[in-house]
Write a protein that binds this ligand. Structure first.
Ligand code: EPU
Length: 432
């Protein structure tokens, strides 16, 4: 297995480039199997989740090839409308194949994703929504078996409660091709969904209301393959802004390049400024000036444009560096706190009560051997390692590799003492 070894202390300085978005890339890849042709997607990050989803697409008969910083997806020969358990269990977003295969083949057999590292994540809205638009849905030995009537999806209307990124994507994938009209209410308005809708539109899909809570779709017979460019990763930007605020030298700006700060939403940006950190936006870069002292600022996650749940673990580390008490409340996922016991091993003073963590900041964190449990938890451990005294070993970084591209090389170019090492989880500490 691999781990990251971080010697805390050296400040973060210089320029950190932000990679292309993982969560926007995945629906774009799913959309690429709708037309009978070759799609070129530019700015697709080199990540484990992209590799996994490429395999999922290949199973159906698509060819997926890396071309520099992008992907070429040839969907001329899709013949096997299935996403197997072995791949779906590795990455929940494989469930996008339900809508994509229905749109392309009129039928799909897609494994149910099951739970995730921090608890249950239901797919009821995906299934109820597709049924409301006219798909027949059955469950068979852990698989969803979906079928459209002859002539394609008849269409219909469905209101999400709560609004869901994944379910909005799935319904749009299925509804863009066909003969009927569909109306999706309380649709997700996350930037990842907007970028995906704009690609569907470029492919010829008849969508209206993009970026609003009500999207209407008129199914058409066939979509066209296009060349399309992905957006920067908003969660990586937020992670790096937090890193700069806590691990930079006070008063010395850190430059984050290739960014879309408007994709972060106002709640994150407002909370960030209240910490005392300053930022300015200049020509696609965010320039962060770390504060002399970090103010404790409580946050509550909410769907976009609220504070992203995907940044709450990282915010907890920021609060550990602030003097005073503050809370992190997650309203999107009530039990996404696997990082807390690991951070406690580094000296974090925090208590969890239901969906809220109270952090008493100010005590210096200390390096320790800690273990990643999921993607965002693992990057919170890396952030803690930057500010901790001594050496932090972050194990099981296959979680981190799902969503952060070349993290250690980016950080080491900014002055951080970090390296990747092989290790044996069961060996004694002095052996690795
Ligand atoms: N929900 C339901 N039923 C459903 C679907 C969702 O009750 O059928 C609930 C969820 O439990 C949650 C809320 O709706 O409380 C919103 O979940 P959503 O469906 O929007 O999440 P998702 O599409 O499964 C995406 C991101 C997640 C991110 C969430 C929330 C991708 C591939 N995943 O998941 O990203 O946390 O939106 O913003 O885009 C990550 O990158 O680390 C990650 C987990």
């Amino acid at each position: 297995m691999e781990k990251l070894v971080i010697h805390g202390g050296p400040p973060l300085c210089g320029t950190l480039p932000v990679s292309a978005s993982k969560n926007a890339a995945l629906p774009l890849m799913a959309a690429a199997i709708l037309p009978h042709g070759v799609t070129h997607l530019d700015h697709i990050p080199h990540l484990r989740d992209i590799t996994t989803f490429s395999h999922v697409l290949r199973i159906t008969g698509a060819s997926v090839e890396r071309k520099g910083r992008g992907l070429q997806i040839d969907a001329s020969r899709i013949g096997f409308p299935e996403a197997p358990y072995e791949l779906v269990k590795k990455m929940r977003a494989s469930f996008y194949m339900l809508g994509a295969l229905l749109g392309r083949c009129g039928q799909a057999r897609v494994s149910l994703p099951g739970g995730c590292a921090w608890g249950p994540r239901p797919v009821n809205l995906h299934l109820e929504g597709l049924k409301a638009l006219g798909a027949a849905i059955d469950l068979d030995e852990g698989y969803v078996v979906a079928r459209l009537p002859h002539g394609g999806l008849p269409g219909g209307s469905y209101r999400f409660d709560p609004s869901s990124v994944g379910a909005t994507v799935n319904l749009l994938l299925a509804a863009s091709v066909g003969s009927g009209g569909s109306r999706i209410e309380n649709a997700a308005i996350e930037p990842d969904v907007i970028v995906f809708c704009e690609m569907l539109q470029a492919m010829g899909a008849k969508l209206s209301g993009i970026g609003t809570r009500t999207i209407e779709v008129e199914g058409i017979r066939e979509l066209q393959a296009v060349d399309y460019s992905n957006c920067p990763d908003r969660i990586e930007l937020g992670t790096f802004m937090i890193a700069a605020a806590i691990a930079g030298t006070p008063g010395e700006p850190v430059h984050l390049t290739h960014t879309r700060p408007d994709h972060l939403g106002d709640d994150f940006l407002d909370a960030f400024q209240k910490t005392g950190a300053e930022y300015v936006v200049e020509n696609g870069s965010v320039i962060v000036t770390p504060p002399e002292a970090v103010n404790p600022v409580s946050i509550t996650t909410a769907i976009y444009p609220g504070f992203p749940t995907d940044l709450q673990a990282q915010w907890t580390v920021l609060l550990a560096c602030a003097h005073g008490k503050a809370t992190v409340t997650d309203q999107v996922y009530g039990d996404r706190f696997n990082h807390i016991p690991e951070l406690a091993r580094m000296g974090l003073q925090a208590s969890v009560n239901g969906n809220q963590v109270t952090v008493s900041g100010g005590a210096r964190l200390t390096g320790a051997r800690v273990m990643s449990t999921d993607l965002r938890a693992s990057v919170s451990l890396v952030l803690a390692g930057l500010v901790a005294s001594g050496t932090t070993h972050v194990g099981r970084i296959y979680h981190l590799d799902r969503g952060y591209e070349k993290l250690e090389s980016k950080l080491s170019q900014c002055g951080i003492d970090i390296r990747r090492e092989q290790y044996d989880e069961f060996s004694a500490p002095n052996q690795g």
